[in-house]
Design a binder for this molecule. Structure first.
Ligand SMILES: Nc1ncnc2c1ncn2[C@@H]1O[C@H](COP(=O)(O)OP(=O)(O)O)[C@@H](O)[C@H]1O
Ligand SMILES: [Mg+2]
Length: 252
């Protein structure tokens, strides 16, 4: 595969008050790559995702998507460039059904949503996209259930499906398996592995089973900086990583 850069971060920084939580961070992810971002709590992973997806304005630095530098701090513009994310905290509308949640997400991401003169038929494509995203995450059987009635595993699947509603080219997943039971986690792994290989995935995940099943490469963050990037085997045998992070956890 030619190494087209799907996502490139150059010297990205984020400070809150006097505290710098992401420091001069450089990252390149090739098109179609599945990259994990791991690191101890507080390493800056969610802050990084918030900046990449436009929810947080970087203090400085540049983000390029598909080789083109994008305006930072604008989730709408980044979504239009093909970037979607799931959230670590549950952002689902509990009183609505699964399909309604998906429909709202796909409508919000639809370029023609602001046109009052749109043809009624144009809503069909929004609903088709919502259904397709839900079916990709095997939610077809629960489309008419309210979110509050769903199992925890189905909720996590729905969060990923909502991110898929904009037919993204790059998908950012922040701990999609957090809190899931072993069987729910296995199902999620299978679904993530089944997504089209053209989709670039950036995954923040603590669970190394999920990382090794889904990702080709791992970037390790510590105190806002990249400590190492490599294959899972390389990362596991990297002394700096072992000292800073993996040394203290049993799955290393
Ligand atoms: N909005 C904020 N204001 C102040 N500090 C924040 C804010 N968001 C995150 N932080 C701090 O930034 C650091 C990195 O947090 P975070 O990105 O959530 O780490 P991770 O996802 O790796 O656990 C933490 O010390 C956290 O307390
Ligand atoms: Mg986090």
């Amino acid at each position: 595969m030619t190494a087209v850069c799907a996502l490139e971060l150059r010297r990205l920084n984020k400070s809150f008050g006097g505290m710098t939580v992401v420091k001069d961070l450089n990252l390149s992810v090739s098109a179609g790559e599945r990259r994990a971002v791991i690191g101890p709590n507080g390493a800056g992973k969610t802050t990084l995702f918030n900046m990449i997806s436009g929810w947080l304005q970087p203090s400085s630095g540049a983000i390029s998507v598909g080789g083109k530098q994008v305006v930072t701090g604008r989730p709408d513009l980044l979504a239009r460039e093909g970037l979607a994310r799931s959230f670590q905290q549950n952002m689902l509308l509990n009183g609505l059904t699964v399909l309604e949640n998906l429909r709202i997400a796909s409508q919000a991401l639809d370029a023609s949503r602001r046109s009052l003169l749109r043809k009624c038929g144009s809503f069909d494509s929004v609903i088709a996209l919502a259904r397709a995203a839900g079916e990709q995450m095997h939610l077809g059987s629960v489309f008419d259930q309210r979110v509050q009635e769903l199992s925890y595993g189905h909720k996590r699947q729905l969060e990923v499906a909502i991110a898929l509603c904009g037919a993204p080219r790059i998908l950012l997943l922040d701990e999609p398996a957090a809190g899931a039971s072993p069987s729910e986690r296995e199902r999620l792994i299978g679904l993530l592995r089944g997504l089209p290989r053209s989709l670039t995935i950036l995954l923040v995940e603590h669970d190394m089973d999920v990382v090794s099943a889904v990702c080709d490469k791992v970037t390790v963050m510590s105190y806002g900086e990249v400590l190492a990037t490599g294959t899972i085997a390389e990362i596991r045998s990297n002394d700096r990583v072992r000292q800073a992070y993996l040394g203290g956890v049993s799955h290393a």
